[in-house]
Design a protein around this ligand. Structure first.
Ligand SMILES: Nc1ncnc2c1ncn2[C@@H]1O[C@H](COP(=O)(O)OP(=O)(O)O)[C@@H](O)[C@H]1O
Ligand SMILES: C[C@@](O)(CCOP(=O)(O)OP(=O)(O)O)CC(=O)O
Length: 452
């Protein structure tokens, strides 16, 4: 979509994610994964501010997240210090800082000629706990306003930082490259590469990047880049930083694979929030220890999971093909999910068995590694959920743990009604979310005005 620039103001949004297949394996470039982009989005509205400058060379970026008790971050930047953001005031936000550092070093703008930049962030309800919130709406968009700062509000694990980094990177690119088209291949590639660098720098580690990839490209099958691409960047204060960064962003083949996917028609993704406090880093460390200690059996287990992941993704694709070719047969197949007594179609059986193989092997890793990927409470929840009419299959998303469960259901399944009076589900909070195809999109800035 072309630029929807209203009086110099532009707005963008990027989705949250759930990793349905490929947890842990996706850390290695050779293994594919299946990432679903979610309808919970992070938004940024960016404008130039004509406020008088303290001096011709002073340049200020102000980022507000009013939803979180009026959170606000301000930075001064200078070209002479490689655009190291100087935090004004007490609030720290490493994600905003590293986005500034990365995007400004990439563009090397002449700040004496630039007006200050101001950004307002909005986040959809799915990312955070909804306790103690007030809704503000303008009839087009609604957001929850919290009584606490961002750092004190519990997360649900949909990837708020990847969404934040992606929309912020996009917002700043739009300032220095006004012809940015976020639906173009080149636009997405630039956003993706800059966002991966900034996100890794802010996290102080190089994860697989599937969350940033989904925020940019939407629902995808994804293979990661080699971590060495980012590791080999020189220190950000070095005189070579700009040229190395430009070469990495524009002239290097990252060899990622990101192909758009979509859940088959009439199937939905349901996320159930169970608990907070996932410790992905600790889980990853334990699994990596286990992998080394149990090699080569661990490799066999990974390959078995990978085969099952591929079968899972293939059968979802085959379902979409069947729907296109023979809609009545497809409708009948969907009804067999709603009516658990009926015979299961081989394609559905393929999905169910592949997910069972994935779960079984992650339970083996759970036992041997001490990393609670699918702990017993989650097994009980998933087994109970997959017995319900309308539920095709279910899995612990991402790194697993006690955080959440993910179900694939038919569009007529009302999971909240099904589980309402069942004590087995008393710990589950069903999130109001759906799968989305698109990643980063441009929004109309006036859709964010007059929230009350
Ligand atoms: N709406 C927001 N406004 C400002 N910063 C945010 C927002 N959402 C997330 N962040 C930043 O991202 C951090 C959370 O990132 P992280 O711990 O990686 O969680 P997640 O798994 O949700 O990405 C917050 O502490 C904050 O710095
Ligand atoms: C283990 C992983 O493969 C997947 C983790 O997925 P989550 O969705 O659990 O991630 P966080 O939002 O970072 O906690 C690690 C990775 O791919 O980086």
């Amino acid at each position: 979509m072309p630029n929807i620039n209203t009086g110099g103001v532009r707005a963008f949004s990027a989705p949250g994610k759930a990793l349905l297949a490929g947890g842990y394996l996706v850390l290695e470039p050779k293994y594919g994964s299946y990432v679903v982009a979610l309808s919970s989005r992070m938004h940024a509205v960016v404008r130039r501010v004509e406020a008088p400058k303290a001096s011709p060379s002073s340049f200020v970026v102000n980022v507000r997240s009013s939803q979180f008790n009026g959170d606000e971050w301000e930075y001064e930047l200078e070209a002479s210090t490689n655009y190291q953001p100087i935090q004004q005031g007490l609030s720290k936000n490493p994600f905003i800082e590293k986005v500034l550092l990365t995007v400004f070093n990439y563009f090397q703008p002449d700040l004496t000629e630039q007006e200050n930049i101001s950004i307002e962030i909005y986040s959809d309800p799915g990312y955070h706990s909804q306790a103690e919130t007030k809704v503000k709406s303008n009839g087009v968009k609604s957001f929850l306003f919290h009584s606490k700062s961002i750092v004190d509000v519990p997360k649900t694990g949909l990837g708020s930082s990847a969404g934040l980094v992606t929309v912020l990177v996009t917002a700043f690119i739009s300032c220095f490259k006004p012809d940015l088209d976020v639906s173009s291949y080149d636009g997405m590639r630039l956003i993706h590469n800059l966002a991966q660098v900034a996100h890794c720098q802010a996290q102080g580690k190089i994860g697989s990047g599937f969350d940033v990839a989904a925020a940019v490209y939407g629902s995808i099958t994804y293979n990661r880049f080699e971590p060495s691409l980012i590791e080999q960047l020189p220190d950000t204060s070095s005189s070579e930083y700009h040229s190395s960064l430009v070469s990495l962003i524009d002239k290097t083949d990252w060899k990622i694979k990101a192909s758009r996917v979509s859940l088959p028609p009439r199937l939905r993704l349901i996320m159930g929030d169970v608990n907070n406090g996932s410790e992905t880093t600790k889980l990853v460390a334990k699994v990596s220890e286990w992998y080394k200690a149990h090699y080569p059996v661990s490799l066999e287990i990974y390959n078995t999971i990978d085969n099952a992941n591929t079968r899972f993704v293939d059968s979802l694709r085959e379902l979409t093909v069947l729907c296109d070719k023979d809609t009545p047969a497809y409708e009948a197949l969907i009804e067999t999910i709603n009516d658990k007594g009926r015979e299961v179609h081989p394609l559905l059986q393929k999905i169910i068995t592949s997910v069972n193989v994935i779960r079984e092997n992650f339970r083996t890793i759970t036992k041997q590694s001490g990393a609670d990927i699918e702990p017993e409470v989650q097994t009980a929840l998933l087994d109970a959920a997959t017995d319900l009419p309308g539920v095709l299959t279910g899995i612990v998303p991402g790194a697993g743990g006690y955080d959440a469960i993910c179900l694939i259901t038919t569009d007529s399944c009302n999971i909240a009604n099904e589980t309402n009076h069942d004590p087995a589900f008393s710990t589950v909070n069903w999130l109001d979310l759906s799968q989305q195809d698109l990643g980063i999109i441009e929004e109309k800035p006036n859709n964010y005005e007059n929230l009350s």
